[in-house]
Design a protein around this ligand. Structure first.
Ligand SMILES: CC(C)(COP(=O)(O)OP(=O)(O)OC[C@H]1O[C@@H](n2cnc3c(N)ncnc32)[C@H](O)[C@@H]1OP(=O)(O)O)[C@@H](O)C(=O)NCCC(=O)NCCS
Length: 133
């Protein structure tokens, strides 16, 4: 497998975009390496998409950090990545929270809104203007 250039990954997050804060490349590397599974997509040598999941291997999993370069969005790549990531998770329960405005994407991929989902999030995401609460 190709070694990820984590600086290129940080630019991918900035360009997608996902989140207001620039991702530190070393933190990104540690987060992906600490994850149970990831899907990382290249077009030739160019990193164009990535996503990852935490999982206990028995019951539960959670998906995070789904990003695709803007020029590759809207071509079915995101759905393919998410399907492949879910296939790697040997559990029946998979959760995620959508970035505001992306809910329709996850619904197209088979996820449903929960009545009882709750979260403690950082101050940026807790700001009502961010659109999560
Ligand atoms: C959200 C994202 C991952 C979707 O990936 P994508 O490759 O553009 O999506 P796909 O082309 O695979 O779309 C699959 C389906 O979802 C639909 N869809 C995609 N984005 C959507 C949106 N924001 N709202 C509603 N539907 C959407 C598509 O129309 C398509 O429907 P179809 O199967 O009927 O044709 C991608 O746009 C992205 O990286 N966005 C920026 C970062 C981000 O917000 N990530 C989400 C973090 S929670």
């Amino acid at each position: 497998m190709k070694a990820v250039d984590w600086e290129e990954a940080s630019v991918l997050f900035e360009r997608a975009p996902l989140g207001k804060q620039k991702r530190d490349s070393e933190q990104l590397r540690r987060a992906f390496e600490a994850s149970y599974a990831a899907v990382i997509v290249y077009d030739s040598d160019r990193l164009i998409g990535m996503c990852r999941a935490l999982c206990d291997g028995e019951y539960q999993a959670a998906i995070y950090d789904m990003v695709i370069l803007p020029e590759y969005q809207g071509k079915g790549i995101g759905k393919g990545m998410l399907d492949r990531l879910c296939d790697k998770l040997p559990v029946e329960n998979i959760i995620l929270y959508s970035a505001p405005g992306r809910e329709g994407f996850y619904m197209k991929c088979g996820f449903k809104k929960m009545r009882t989902a709750m979260a403690k999030l950082n101050k940026f995401m807790s700001d009502p203007k961010a659109g999560y609460f």
